[in-house]
Design a protein around this ligand. Structure first.
Ligand code: GDP
Ligand code: MG
Length: 326
């Protein structure tokens, strides 16, 4: 059993040394442990520091492509390097290396494909009140749309087996955290969580700089990914609401009409008719989106088989990013 621990890094020269030092190099049930750093176009000495620390593999992206893409580059590289298990942790030493053992345990025992470390956000002293509330609400929404029971959905501390890594395709650009959970839920992977501890913060978060942009981006990610996996439900709901408003307005018209003063309310009749048309069209769009969705499932299956074949053939580094092994 080979475990690759991947660390996405953007300008982490200061915090990478303690992050790496904190990671144990052996776990029970695991034969090989390797570290992989994904350098997302850092402008500081992250890559040199990673080399000096003796990190086994470095994936260097040519420019700053964002955390989601860096995460996927890491997964692909780990798969190609023959990982049976992949753990993702942050480069700012937020998570505790010793918790990796807890994180991979459910997978080694065969009861899980995907494990999320639960930071128990309410107990983190340095999180502001608003950050805690937002994390709670966000996690609740993600649980509803993904049909999972993950308490801490924005945690970057995760473990997954090869099957989960092959199945997951992150397409949003902002963050992989929410999307991977929704995908895992929708793809029926066995997803579970374990409590983990966190360290004192060494620097401010770079992903959570402004509440407004953070919330906006999170809502847009959740909505888009949910619609991608449940197009029919989404459009039926939207169309249904529009249709119902039309219905209420036309019942109101009917009431006035039967009372004998329908003439003064023709405008509402026209408005109701417009809403009926829009509502109906939206529902039909749902059917079309559902048909497109079945194509997506076929393409995803093809992608899965292709990636699996590449990995089974002990594929070389993926086409876009070279893995530099030191
Ligand atoms: N690849 C990549 N990683 C990033 C970027 N911004 C932050 N990270 C990494 O994502 C992880 C979490 O970032 P952090 O700023 O600590 O956000 P937090 O999760 O809110 O604490 C760290 O390992 C960072 O190095 C980015 O633009 N690209
Ligand atoms: Mg952090």
């Amino acid at each position: 059993m080979k475990l690759i621990i991947q660390i996405p890094c953007y300008n982490e020269e200061k915090t990478l040394p303690c992050t790496v030092a904190d990671i144990p190099r052996s776990f029970s049930g695991v034969d090989e442990v390797e570290l992989l750093v994904i350098d997302d176009g850092s402008t500081d000495r992250t890559v040199q520091v990673a080399r000096e620390l003796g990190v086994d593999h470095i994936v260097q992206l040519t420019n700053n492509k964002g955390l989601a893409e860096a995460f996927m580059a890491g997964l692909n590289a780990s798969l190609n390097l023959g990982a049976d298990l992949i753990v993702n942790t942050d480069g700012d030493n937020q998570y505790r290396g010793k918790d990796i053992g807890k994180l991979i345990r459910p997978i080694i025992n065969g009861g899980a494909d995907f494990v999320v470390g639960n930071r128990q956000v309410q107990n983190i002293g340095h999180f502001s009140f608003s950050k805690k509330i937002l994390q709670e609400i966000g996690s609740w929404v993600v649980r509803q749309v993904s049909n999972t029971n993950v308490p801490d959905t924005t945690s970057g501390f995760r473990a997954m087996n090869r099957e989960a890594a092959l199945r997951i395709n992150v397409i949003s650009r902002f963050t992989y955290t929410l999307e991977t959970i929704i995908q895992a839920g929708k793809k029926n992977l066995a997803i579970t969580h374990v409590p983990v501890e966190t360290n004192e913060k060494l620097r401010d978060s770079r992903l959570f700089t402004n509440i407004y942009t953070y919330v906006k981006r999170s809502i847009s990610t959740i909505f888009r990914i949910y619609t991608m996996y449940e197009p029919l439900k989404t459009f039926l709901w939207i169309g249904g609401v529009i249709f119902s408003v039309g219905m209420i307005i036309s019942i109101r018209f009917l009431f006035f009409y039967l009372m004998g003063n329908g003439a003064g309310h023709v405008q509402s009749l026209i408005f109701a008719a417009v809403l009926f048309i829009i509502g109906f069209q939206t529902m039909v769009m749902g059917l079309m989106a559902d048909l497109i969705g079945s194509n997506r499932r076929l393409i995803e299956n093809m992608l899965y088989r292709l990636r699996k074949q590449e990995v089974d053939n002990n594929g070389t580094a993926n086409e876009r990013h070279d893995v530099v092994s030191s």
